[in-house]
Structures are given as structure tokens and as C-alpha cells.
Design a protein around this ligand. Structure first.
Ligand code: ASP
Length: 318
């Protein structure tokens, strides 16, 4: 069996490309890196890679990570600027025995030495989003941070190797140097070929409070189906946060186990995922929260898919 599951509709072109490798017996590391690079390179996805939304100072600072579930190797970069594919830098760092998580200038120095492609990641479109948001904040007292999403993936190849990886520009208008959950092991991602892999999107500050990707892998290791593991972890963390803090940020998780079974859970409306397996062509699902805390999903309609692209590519009215 092989398969990939990813957060958000934006991942579907990526997992389609990744699945072509998996189909031919390719490696879960190569497949997940290929898949995430595809999302990073697409300028109209405004929360990942090129075209990602900037921080408060109008700089695009990116977070990314990679984990190999066979060796438990981890590589991550945080607040890195001006490099085209943070996920590839993260994967390259995962081969290091020490210094495998680097931030800001340190990460950039490593990437430069390794010959990774430099690129100004701030697009005119992202600048327009920034100017619009500055205006909105003044006029409507809008929360500056809304408008963010991470591409997070879990992958299984035919050899049984599992990987997890993430890439994001983090919260729109974040403080310079702010790091979310996405490059943090166990929070934004975790992979263990003996148990399964998981990844997160949502409010990093809250996802980290539950080390939630690790928690899901742990629950799968105890025999839970990925769907049950995702629902259990999300509902528990959501309840704990509400009880102790009076509110919970967005928590959305995906997972796959060693058999290629998968699951998803969220505490928000409007979450979408992209999935491909040996027996399922690349498919986008819209996730629904039921009253009893369970999550169900339905295939996105053609109309929804068309509308999604239209809104992503629509001109920005400033
Ligand atoms: N989790 C990301 C962060 O906090 C953002 C997101 O996934 O929407 O940086």
C-alpha cells in the first residue's frame, strides 16, 4: 500500500505529482518533498512558499520541516527568507546529526552553502494583500492575523517508510521572528514508520500546547484508527483549551497509519484535505464537524473546485 494525505485543497496538485513517484515504488521522502515543493512554487497559494503572506514588516519569513519515519531524522528551518523551497532545505538538514534545526540567518547561510536556489519570495500580489490588510485593520479593527494556512503532509511508500513534512509562511502580519508549530517536531508534524504520521494546520500557538501531531501518532501506536486518533486528540485539546483559557484557536489535523488508512479532524468550519492512495485517485474532501464531535467529509464538487481557483486568482481590490 502507498498513500499521501495533506492539509487543504491547495495540496492536491502536489500530492498528484508525489503519487506518480509512489505508484512506481518511489521513496516517501522524495514523494513528500516533490509534493510540497509544488505547493511552495505556486504563486497564488498565499500562505506557503512563493507568494506567501509577509510578516508585520512586509518580509516573507518561512517555516518548514521534514521527518523520516524510519530513522526518525528531523530537519527544520524557521523564519527563513529569500529561498525558494524551504522544505528541501529542511530535508537536507535532516541528514545532519547535529544542527538539524536552523533559524533565520543561520538557516540562510546553510542554504546558501548547499547551493539552494535564492529567490525573493515577496510577490506584488502579497504586497497588495499586505496594503489591503493594513487599511482594513485601521478601518474595521480586523484581527491582523487572519489569513494563514500550512501545507502539512503524511506519506507512506510501498516499502512501508513513512514521512511527514510541512511548509508555511505562518500567520499573516506575524511579528518578525515569530515561529509557529509547523517546524516544531511533534506539534506541526511527526512520522514513525512503526506507527504512522500526522501533521497540523491552524493556530500554531495553540497546536503546540498539545504536541498534537505526536499525540495522534501515539494514539495510532496504541491501536486507534487514524480517524479516531485525530478526533480524540483534537477534541481533547480543544476542550482543555476552552476549559483553561476560555477559548481555543483553530486546530486541524490529518494522519495516516502504516496500512495507508487515514483520518482527519478539525474544530473549525471550512477545512479541506487532499488524499491519494493506491486505491483512491487524488481527491479533495470538505470536512464537516458533527454535533457529537465526530468529523465527516464529502468529496468537493466540481463547482466548489472551480470557485476555489477563481477566488485564489481574483484581482485584489485595495
Ligand atoms: N500553523 C501555522 C502557524 O501557526 C499557520 C497555519 O497552519 O494556518 O504558523
Amino acid at each position: 500500500m502507498w498513500g499521501m494525505i495533506a492539509t487543504w485543497r491547495m495540496a492536491v496538485e502536489g500530492i498528484t505529482k508525489g503519487s506518480e513517484l509512489l505508484k512506481e515504488g518511489g521513496d516517501a521522502g522524495d514523494a513528500i518533498e516533490t509534493a510540497i515543493r509544488e505547493v511552495e512554487d505556486f504563486p497564488y497559494y498565499k500562505s506557503v512558499g512563493y507568494g506567501g503572506l509577509p510578516n508585520e514588516e512586509m518580509e516573507v519569513e518561512l517555516d518548514a520541516a521534514y521527518m523520516d519515519g524510519n530513522t526518525l531524522d528531523i530537519g527544520a528551518v524557521a523564519a527563513i527568507k529569500d529561498f525558494a523551497n524551504p522544505v528541501s532545505i529542511a530535508r537536507s538538514l535532516s541528514h545532519e546529526k547535529v544542527n538539524c534545526m536552523l533559524v533565520a540567518e543561520g538557516a540562510e547561510k546553510f542554504a546558501h552553502k548547499q547551493g539552494f536556489e535564492r529567490k525573493n519570495m515577496l510577490t506584488d500580489r502579497a504586497k497588495a494583500h499586505y496594503r489591503k490588510r493594513v487599511k482594513e485593520i485601521k478601518q474595521q479593527e480586523l484581527k491582523p492575523y487572519s489569513g494563514h494556512d500550512t501545507v502539512g503532509m503524511a506519506c507512506l511508500d510501498v516499502s512501508g517508510k513513512m514521512t511527514a513534512a510541512t511548509s508555511t509562511s505562518g500567520l499573516f502580519m506575524k511579528k518578525k521572528g515569530r515561529v509557529g508549530d509547523s517546524p516544531i517536531t511533534g506539534s506541526g508534524f511527526y512520522a514513525d514508520s512503526k506507527r504512522g504520521a500526522a501533521s497540523a494546520t491552524g493556530l500554531g500557538e495553540d497546536l503546540m500546547k498539545g504536541c498534537i501531531s505526536y499525540e495522534i501518532v501515539r494514539l495510532m501506536g496504541e491501536g486507534m484508527h487514524p480517524q479516531e486518533a485525530c478526533e480524540t486528540a483534537v477534541n481533547r485539546l480543544d476542550a482543555e483549551l476552552r476549559e483553561r483559557r476560555g477559548e481555543a484557536g483553530d486546530l486541524s489535523l490529518i494522519a495516516m497509519n502504516t496500512k495507508g488508512e487515514w483520518g482527519v479532524a478539525t474544530n473549525i468550519d471550512g477545512f479541506s484535505i487532499a488524499v491519494v492512495t493506491e486505491t483512491l485517485e487524488p481527491t479533495v474532501y470538505l470536512v464537516n464537524r458533527e454535533a457529537d464531535g465526530r468529523c465527516t467529509y464529502e468529496k468537493a464538487s466540481d463547482e466548489w473546485m472551480e470557485n476555489y481557483m477563481k477566488t485564489r486568482m481574483a484581482p485584489i481590490e485595495e
